[in-house]
Design a protein around this ligand. Structure first.
Ligand code: PGA
Length: 251
């Protein structure tokens, strides 16, 4: 049985007041919910404050990105050890905004996934097709390529640390959500691919989140799909009430 996993990706939002307040608001609403894993993913500089605000709550804290090298002359970058040091447990790898706005490649993202696991973080590997790729009938091809590349060189015991997030790029921040059927279709294909890359057992345990305009009103229907195990939430994770609505709908 896969435990639902709801993560809030704050992107480049919040500040030193609103970040910890958001965490406290979420924590206050979580006291009766035991069946869902919850994480918040603030901008780097607000991670320590979020960790402090999340202390003695059920909320884990993640980072939006990392660099694969341990340390050294990499101006502007953040290592796995640094993230562990400030209390992170998760890290996003290959979010679509990193792929398509910043220009990260499959190879770079793979290095990050490998480094995250070696350093004791739990990567959330994000994959998903652009609108033009879906319209050109390339949805499966793109997701297959991104998943295969993301897991390249990972043994099964290491791969087990990964959560996959399927986020169709056309649904991110647009208010357009993939229908539950559209999402389920891709999730099932991704799980089958994981079984081919590793085995059925690992595939049946791997959590696959959906992301893209998830909100309280569509969370239950998305989560009712057999292969949707969680949600990676952007916009609706910035208000405690909305994020809690999504968590409640997933419990
Ligand atoms: P959204 O973002 O919920 O605002 O669409 C999701 C994401 O990018 O993870």
């Amino acid at each position: 049985m896969r435990r639902p996993f709801i993560a809030g990706n704050w992107k480049m939002n919040t500040d030193s007041n609103s970040g910890p307040e958001l965490v406290k608001g979420i924590a206050a609403g979580l006291t009766d919910i035991d069946s869902v894993d919850v994480a918040v993913i603030p901008p780097f500089v607000y991670i320590p404050a979020a960790v402090e605000a999340a202390a003695s709550s059920k909320i884990a804290v993640g980072a939006q990105d990392m660099y694969f090298e341990d340390k050294g002359a990499f101006t502007g970058e953040i290592s796995t050890a640094m993230l562990k040091d400030v209390g992170c447990s998760y890290v996003l790898c290959g979010h679509s905004e990193r792929r398509h706005v910043i220009g990260e490649t499959d190879e770079l993202i793979n290095k990050k996934v490998i480094a995250a696991i070696s350093g004791g973080l739990l990567p959330i590997l994000c994959v998903g097709e652009l609108l033009e790729e879906r319209e050109a009938g390339k949805t499966d091809e793109v997701n297959e390529r991104q998943v295969k590349a993301g897991f390249a060189g990972l043994s099964a015991d290491k791969a087990a640390a990964v959560t996959i997030a399927y986020e169709p790029v056309w649904a991110i921040g647009t208010g357009v959500t993939a229908t539950p059927d559209q999402a389920q279709e891709v999730h099932a294909k991704i799980r089958k691919l994981v079984a081919e890359l590793y085995d059925e057992n690992l595939a049946s345990q791997m959590r696959i989140q959906y992301g893209g305009s998830a909100k309280p009103g569509n969370a239950a229907e998305l989560m009712s799909q057999p292969d949707i195990d969680g949600l990676l939430v952007g916009g609706a994770s910035l208000k405690a009430e909305d994020f809690l609505g999504i968590i409640n709908a997933s419990a």
